[in-house]
Design a protein around this ligand. Sequence first.
Ligand SMILES: Cc1cc2nc3c(=O)[nH]c(=O)nc-3n(C[C@H](O)[C@H](O)[C@H](O)COP(=O)(O)OP(=O)(O)OC[C@H]3O[C@@H](n4cnc5c(N)ncnc54)[C@H](O)[C@@H]3O)c2cc1C
Length: 496
Amino acid sequence: MSKKVIITGTGLGGLSTALRLTTDGYQVEMIEKYHQAGGRLNLLEKDGFKFDLAPTFFSMSYEFKELMEYCKMETPFEFLKLDPLYAVHFEGDKRNYLIYSDLKKLAAEFREVEPNLEVKLKKFLTQTGNLFHDTENIIIKQNFNSLLHYATQLMRVPLKHGPKMFYSMWTELSRHFTSFEVKVILSLVGFFLGSTPFKTPAVYTLLSYTELVHDGYHNVKGGMYTIVRELLKELEKRGVTIRYNTEIKEVESTDGKVSALIDQHGNRYTADLFVINADAASFRGQVLKREKFSEKRLDRMHWTMGPLTIYLGINGKVENMYHHNYFLRRNFEEYSRKIFTNEIKMDKAYYYVNIPSMHNPEYAPPGKESIFILCPVPELRYKPDWSDGDEIADGIIRDLGERTGIDFAGRTESRTVLTPVEWEKMFNLYKGSGLGLAHDLDQVGGMRPSNQDEELNNLFYVGASTTPGTGLPMVVISSRLVTERINKIYGSVHQK
Ligand SMILES: Cc1cc2nc3c(=O)[nH]c(=O)nc-3n(C[C@H](O)[C@H](O)[C@H](O)COP(=O)(O)OP(=O)(O)OC[C@H]3O[C@@H](n4cnc5c(N)ncnc54)[C@H](O)[C@@H]3O)c2cc1C
């Protein structure tokens, strides 16, 4: 008889694991705290406008293809490759820099500030590409059974990459490039995760390779929520049920095994095994009450940025902007060192603007536009009071208007502002940290909370704060890793 699995959480991690496990012959039920599926990969519908709630693009699209192949499905959505990848505006400049993956075109954009960029980029991207391919299968796509196993895997990474663990991304970028603009732009991936290139180890320059060379950035036709909608259709066909507005508050266990999950009303849910898609670190602390993940210990870990997100429905179409736009300033070092610990005022914020209705007309009524703004801010450990959230949002919208010449404030028909307080409440994100545990070297690989529980042997984890890490493709890989673990213990129909 097939084993029954309960998956708590319908984020991309939970949904992909449900698909894989049904493929392998398990019977799956899902439980979700929010009123609809998707977790952070969600959709906000308001006043006739639609907005992608959080993720607006992704790299490594082939991880979705791998998921579909595993689950014996045709890919039910169409990827849209971004070109240009995004536009960047520095305060005071009359122009945008357009970021292309075509290195000739990219070099032409920076001709004035960084001569000879194409040659420099080729050298840099060859090195970062080697780093990516030398770690992808050995470290990123691996389950680790112990610290020793992790250390053994690390030893298989070619020695030449070793030094990059000990100096910063900024130092590495400064070895290759001279201009402030190029160095800042190549640091953006790290900055928007909530880290500064001055602290992030140089190994993470491999993200430049995934961004510019390997697979670029993608969106999905019909908007990002199409992914969730299509996965849900397939899960329904496979008989998976989802119970919404249900939050798991307690875990009952006997003889080293979970016997039941208990929700906010005291209802009990039983199964043979359980997969948790809630944050793998804070679930262990807040629900399982593990000392190693007590609030004090969790607070000592490094968490990614708190998001301040703004969703505007505006009258009129937007010209001279792109699907993805970054608005930056010239005090990058000071700002990025201080913002996440709330040591600098937010009246001159750095932010990202996405206009989904440019590619997906159904996101706004005719002649209108839906606008998403993300500003990386301190999470609740550093700034617990967000009563000034609307005021900060006003400042960002005013600044955007001044820098683009578009009266966003005057044309607003719909407005929603979410601070880390709301982000924490909606999806149980620890202290409102938008992307979960950060990727410091002591929080990755075998040092990240494992996808198999330390004490309860039928309890597993999937998602951003377990291995390998955060972001949509990483979470899809996470579903593969946890499925491998489960199949090793319980078997799959393929093995029977
Ligand atoms: C503002 C923002 C922008 C982002 N942009 C991008 C981007 O452009 N590209 C990209 O690749 N990534 C992006 N990310 C990161 C990406 O969204 C996440 O890494 C990914 O969606 C995490 O998926 P997950 O399945 O691990 O978790 P989640 O999506 O958080 O899903 C977990 C689910 O578990 C539920 N849950 C939690 N606790 C319980 C409980 N006790 N009981 C029941 N249910 C529970 C939650 O409600 C949630 O639905 C962004 C994140 C944010 C916040």
